[in-house]
Design a protein around this ligand. Structure first.
Ligand code: PNS
Length: 160
């Protein structure tokens, strides 16, 4: 059985890698999909996000990374994988995911979305928090791998 784990991964966090590691034990293949979130202005390019995902997930078996410029429902149809997993940290995340999930049910009734609670201690980890902490030179060690943190700091240094 295969699943899609979609997200914007801007950048991949320790919360994402925890979910990917857990999914790799549950599924024969995990397709990590880098998709566009129209509500968010991107920091990294899609290519950079894919590179950082591959680095951060080194050693995790059964994982494949794809970029998809379109609807999640069309990625499900195109790949023939109709099990989608989203990680959730809070009631607010569940609320938000329920909205997307309900829309996806209308778009693609054969697709099932499963919500996976984050592991204890990772509730405060998010890409947006990591970007904000990096902007103020804070400690990213609870949020990102050292390589991802270095890339984020470099990205912000080179910003106009
Ligand atoms: O990591 P994120 O930003 O919470 O991921 C959200 C993402 C990218 C998975 C979501 O915005 C998405 O599925 N985008 C593709 C467009 C789509 O299919 N939207 C769902 C119908 S409302």
């Amino acid at each position: 059985m295969k699943c899609i784990y979609p997200g914007s991964f801007d950048p991949v966090t320790l919360g994402h890698t925890d979910v990917i590691r857990r999914l790799s034990r549950m599924f024969d293949e995990v397709v990590v999909g880098v998709l566009h979130n129209v509500a968010k202005k991107g920091c990294f390019t899609v290519e950079e996000r894919l590179e950082m995902l591959a680095e951060a997930c080194e050693g995790i078996p059964n994982v494949r990374f794809v970029a998809w410029n379109g609807l999640l429902a069309s990625l499900a149809r195109e790949s023939g994988i109709f099990t989608v997993v989203k990680g959730v940290r809070s009631g607010a995340d569940i609320e938000n995911e329920m909205g997307q999930l309900r829309a996806n049910q209308l778009l693609c009734p054969e697709m099932e979305t499963l919500l996976l609670p984050c592991s204890p201690g990772l509730e405060g980890v998010s890409s947006s928090a990591a970007r904000e902490i990096a902007a103020f030179g804070g400690d990213l060690s609870s949020f990102l791998t050292p390589r991802t943190a270095a890339r984020l700091m470099k990205k912000l240094e080179n910003r106009p």
